[in-house]
Write a protein that binds this ligand. Sequence first.
Ligand code: ADP
Length: 469
Amino acid sequence: MNILFVSSEVFPFAKTGGLADVLGALPEALAKRGHTCSVILPFYKSVKKGGFSPEHFKSEKDFELYLLKKGNVNVYFVKKDEYYDRDQLYGTPQGDYPDNASRFGFFAKAVISAIPHITGVDILHCNDWQSALIPLYIKLFHKEKPEFRNIKTVFTIHNMAYQGLFGREAMDILGLPGELFIPDSLEFYGKINFMKAGIIYSDAVTTVSEGYSREILTPEFGCGLDGLLKTREKDLHGIVNGVDYSIWDPAIDKLIKANYDKKDLSGKVECKKDLTGQLGIKYDKIRPLIGMVTRLAEQKGLDIVAQSMGNLLKMGVDFALLGSGDEKYNNIFKNLSVKHKGHVGVYIGFNNALAHKIEAGADMFLMPSRYEPCGLNQLYSLKYATIPIVRAVGGLDDTVENFDPSVNKGNGFKFKEASSKEMLGAVKSAVAVFKDRKSWDALLRNSLACDYSWDSSAGKYEKLYADLQ
Ligand code: ADP
């Protein structure tokens, strides 16, 4: 099959979160299975900054199309500097860019103009709200054209909470007929909702874990779209994300101090020393170091972590956090690192190398998310023998099994309620196992035995695409 992926983030060209990792890996995994795979994203400032030089491919009326071959995947870039040549992808810590409706509406239209140049597309796979208008534009304006007639569309929801909501006036900017501004189509409580277009007008809808695909049908997790999603329940599929082990593997990772693998974990000690040194934490072999790498957003349960910090430290753990996002959390965690100097290390900003160093250098990895569509860090942690402590929600619940020391089964620690009490309870269990060398070794072995490579999930997407044809 000939598959074109559309995304606002693709690793290593542009990344704020897990979306980029998925789009950096899934097309390649499918290409390895014999499919022709391309991916298209905006030509952001980060592309040049990252040292990439895509080549000019085509001139269109109001943008330029660039192309770069990465592995077996053709990566296309929509170049329109007025919209994409900015320091961030979506906005600053103070808020979103005010012209995001125009920026991603333009992107959607540009992808449609590009499709005739990427000949023979069978499957158009859109991701999140930034590309959700595309299936609608095709149905409205292009369905009968020969280049579009046989294309099937798939829309993947990586996070229900980001729907792309804009004022009604954007309908004109987007070139959409006013009659679609109704609750049965694009309207959502007086606003335009980009994600609704993806859910209503795509041939199939997917999300990034089975657990989350069930949760989003409920008011608690559906973010107001659970009713709409129920109307598409038979076309809704949960396919768990995989890990790109050519990037996230301590045996070959060039960004960490020392490599290690399941036969010899001694390099992990070097990594912990390196990480603690870098973050101003006193290295202490017997104090477990808990790591977090996260967007600083409400979703991630950071308020619970902040309010529990004193009690966490009393349990004899140290804490390392890398995060970027909401200014409120930037300040809270910076203050905590000053208050608990030597035990709490914080780096505010986006730093890929440090993300790898935390995966390798920490003993445990904390994810107390309020909701989590899939979560990738817990999967990376398992590979790095860094034991995940997670809230039992969405993809976290699907991929982490509570460790039972009496039978040495399980790969991490889970808690149910999003509360300080329950989170501290799970950390307490983890610390108790950490102190019992034999149990901890068994847990590390279980963690390292997990396999979340893309092969199995790529096979599921392949089957879904084939069923649509
Ligand atoms: P989400 O997509 O909700 O942000 P995931 O766990 O699916 O959460 O993916 C997060 C990805 O983003 C991981 O690869 C993680 O290492 C990375 N990441 C998040 N915040 C940062 C940061 N501040 N610096 C570097 N990498 C980060």
